[in-house]
Design a protein around this ligand. Structure first.
Ligand SMILES: Nc1ncnc2c1ncn2[C@@H]1O[C@H](COP(=O)(O)OP(=O)(O)OP(=O)(O)O)[C@@H](O)[C@H]1O
Length: 396
């Protein structure tokens, strides 16, 4: 697929711009801080409904504006789809597809599939489990858009159950009025059921995804860093011993009953953890506590991998995502944000080889010399100019 047309209004440093990048490689060149990454961030937001740099929407809206707009015309196998997103400050965001309003922005997920590799990706290896969960969930929802609704339902139940755990703890500690405690426990049983039902679906989605991704990660790492130790990934579930180990087997052929088995395992682990959860007032079991273990040789990458190895691992995760999305039948848009300068010669060539073969690649760099010469590209100059209403990015 490729983005044929791309429009921004009041997004970050851009007051308004329309771009027609075309298939192949497009290079955005310009000095630091002039607005190049903002372009990729906007497209990334359209693809995943989240930014790779910030967790809230407010910074995405141009200073002084009330809303940002991002739109794209995406060509997939000759078919065009137009998606438009309105990012609002303090109000729900709104989305349109081919001009028609959608009930929820998440209905645009899957229309634009992209893989963005950026300096922030080092946190995939060195950061908190949340960064790796986000990597998995974005890829999952891009491939299976229905999973965005499963995830939203899970998070809603999680919030309600967490609030209940806090009040249940209080009621049980007061002790004297035991009916309060009994009723809190009965309500908790109901929420356990909801949490396990949605959580098992999300967990099954992630386990299957990791199973499909694992060989791609190992292969991508071998291509980028052949001299290093083999890389592998493993999903670590907070269900612990309650989860049958065969469900974590990456080669497993999943059947519907497996999700039911996961749901039962989830409920058993909640029973085991109940007293601890009540004591601490937090939900200790479920996909929100899981992690993706990144392993080099037989050591965890986090804490052991060198800077170069960590970069290679982060890049391998992105390239594996690219390869997996490709197996679904269409190339995702590949976006490389100022990453070549960070890589040594071998890794640059490995990345360049993937880029040279992709349907559309958008690259940012401060100077053209940072980008491998073999990536022959259409070029745009990005420059910030001072205007009466503030500094604005422009395209040359
Ligand atoms: N909400 C906003 N409103 C206005 N300007 C913003 C907003 N958010 C960020 N900016 C401006 O955008 C600029 C940064 O843009 P961007 O991150 O795209 O830079 P870049 O060209 O990719 O730089 P580098 O090469 O250093 O990565 C900064 O000057 C910042 O002040």
């Amino acid at each position: 697929m490729f983005v044929r047309k791309f429009t921004l209004r009041d997004f970050r440093s851009w007051d308004g711009v329309t771009l027609e990048p075309g298939p192949g490689i497009t290079l955005f060149l310009g000095p630091n801080g002039h607005g190049k990454t903002n372009l990729l961030e906007a497209l990334g937001y359209l693809a995943t409904l989240s930014s790779h740099r910030v967790s809230t929407d407010a910074p995405l809206i141009r200073a002084g504006a009330a809303q940002a707009q991002v739109g794209a015309v995406v060509v997939n196998d000759g078919r065009e789809l137009a998606v438009d997103l309105e990012i609002n400050d303090g109000r729900a965001n709104r989305a349109r597809m081919n001009g028609s309003p959608l009930r929820r922005p998440r209905e645009i997920l899957g229309v634009l599939r992209s893989v963005l590799f950026a300096p922030e990706d080092l946190s995939l290896v060195r950061g908190d489990p949340g960064d790796r969960r986000r990597f998995l969930d974005e890829l999952l929802c891009s491939r299976i858009p229905r999973m965005a609704a499963v995830k939203a339902d899970y998070e809603k139940v999680l919030r309600q159950r967490s609030a209940l755990l806090k009040t249940a703890g209080g009621a049980l500690r007061r002790g004297g009025r035991s009916t309060d405690g009994a009723s809190a426990l009965a309500t908790l049983d109901v929420w356990d059921g909801h949490l396990a039902a949605h959580g098992a679906e999300l967990l099954a989605g992630r386990l299957r995804l990791v199973g499909e991704l694992t060989d791609h990660v190992t292969q991508a790492y071998r291509d980028i860093a052949p001299e290093s130790r083999p890389a592998s990934i493993r999903y670590r579930s907070s269900l612990g011993a309650s989860m049958p180990p065969e469900l974590a087997d990456p080669r497993r052929e999943w059947v519907r009953e497996d999700v039911e088995v996961l749901e039962a395992s989830f409920l058993s682990e909640l029973a085991v953890a109940r007293q601890r959860e009540i004591d601490r007032g937090v939900c200790l079991v479920g996909p929100h506590r899981d992690d993706l273990d990144l392993v080099l040789g037989d050591q965890p990458a986090k804490g052991f991998a060198s800077h170069g190895e960590s970069w290679s691992f982060a890049l391998s995760l992105r390239l594996a995502a690219f390869a997996l999305l490709r197996t679904d039948g269409t190339d995702p848009v590949l976006m490389l944000d100022d990453v070549f300068a960070e890589l040594d010669r071998k890794r640059r060539s490995a990345l360049a080889a993937v880029a040279a073969d992709a349907e559309q690649v958008l690259i940012t760099a401060a100077v053209a010399e940072d980008v491998p010469a073999e990536l022959d590209a259409a070029r745009f100059a990005v420059a910030a100019v001072e205007r009466p209403d503030g500094r604005t990015s422009t395209l040359g």
